[in-house]
Design a protein around this ligand. Structure first.
Ligand code: NAD
Length: 322
């Protein structure tokens, strides 16, 4: 395994919603971070966005003003792709979710970066193996799926593509731990990896319940937030299953499964909302009505509550990393 202590310089390609936060994760952990974006305006905003992200940490006493300065000092905006690709031992790509754009960019990275630079993609939905087709040196490529906001949500899914080298896979896993994240190994490149499969199984049922007018959107969200959801930071579904007893679980599933939503298409309700451009917060309307104040308030509360929970359970999180 490559000695992870040799990795001190991380490149982040794409300075959007995810890229700037991923840069923050590594810069905060003391790594030297280079970041590049084809859009000069996005690149110019990185330091301001990272600085603003620190507000909630500072307010909750989870960081000081000096931590913000140290983090910002570790981030450098590269001038061009050639300059960007030279130096980092690991490049994390977080550009737009488009397979042909990504493939073009990987071919370009390979022109400029040494063949042993580890390359990872933050893609949420594209196949790691398919992206790797653009590469000559495929064994050094894998998925690192951060969750939004990446500087707050601990988990990173580490995804093994068909050609990923085992040692490189383990090196990236160890590196994420070193950067303070909670990595998980996804041993096979399947659509949705782990987290999105679980999340969308629940969303499919939630939307179906709404569509059939079994409850209001508020009450569907409430039952998740204040019943089984409230224990999820501590107890996962398989631990819950063992606690409940697998014989009981089998009985429940035998009875319940025929009634659960199992459609292979997005629901007609979702399709209708999208057709009339009720696409959620960005349109001011989705399952709920949104005002800019309500959105800002929710995001601020979300980050505050999440950081409090994460801070509270961080001991448990670390003891889970066996
Ligand atoms: N948004 C999320 O919640 C989320 C969560 C997990 C993973 N992801 C994944 O992370 C990646 C980035 O998503 P995002 O939400 O940050 O998108 P974004 O649109 O906010 O940012 C993408 C950035 O990539 C830049 N870019 C596009 N083509 C480029 C190129 N050829 N070279 C350099 N820069 C280029 C764009 O200018 C933009 O600033 C996607 O693959 C997405 O699927 C997103």
């Amino acid at each position: 395994m490559m000695n992870i202590n040799e990795i001190n310089h991380i490149g982040v390609l794409g300075a959007g919603l995810m890229g700037h936060g991923i840069a923050q994760v590594f810069a905060r952990a003391g790594f030297n971070v280079s970041i590049f974006d084809a859009d000069a305006a996005a690149l110019a905003k990185v330091k301001d966005r990272v600085a603003a992200n620190f507000d909630v940490f500072i307010r909750l006493n989870l960081a000081g003003a000096q931590d913000r300065e140290n983090c910002l000092a570790n981030i450098t905006a590269a001038q061009d792709m050639q300059n960007f690709c030279n130096g980092p031992q690991l490049i994390i790509e977080a550009i737009s979710e488009n397979i042909s754009v990504k493939k073009t960019v990987y071919a370009e990275i390979e022109k400029h970066a040494p063949p042993d630079t580890i390359l990872t993609s933050n893609t949420s939905a594209l196949s790691i193996t398919e992206i790797s087709e653009a590469l000559k040196f495929k064994t050094r490529f894998l998925g690192t799926h951060f969750w939004n906001p990446p500087h707050i949500i601990p988990c990173v899914e580490i995804i093994k593509g068909a050609s990923t080298d085992d040692e490189i896979f383990e090196t990236v896993y160890a590196l994420m731990e070193k950067a303070g994240k909670v990595p998980v190994r996804v041993l096979k490149d399947i659509p949705g990896f782990l987290g999105n499969r679980l999340q969308h199984a629940m969303m499919r049922e939630a939307i179906s319940l709404r569509e059939n007018n079994i409850a209001s959107a508020e009450d569907i969200d409430k039952v998740v937030k204040y019943s089984f959801g409230i224990r999820l930071p501590f107890i996962g579904p398989l631990e819950t299953a063992d606690l409940a007893g697998l014989d009981l679980l089998q009985n429940i599933q035998q009875y319940l499964f025929p009634y659960l939503e199992s459609s292979a298409e997005p629901s007609p309700l979702l399709t209708a909302l999208v057709a009339r451009r009720a696409t959620g917060v960005k349109a001011g309307e989705g399952f709920y009505n949104w005002t800019p104040e309500k959105i800002g308030d929710m995001i601020q509360k979300r980050d505050t509550v999440l950081l409090r929970i994460i801070n509270e359970i961080i001991g448990d999180v670390k003891s889970d990393q066996r």
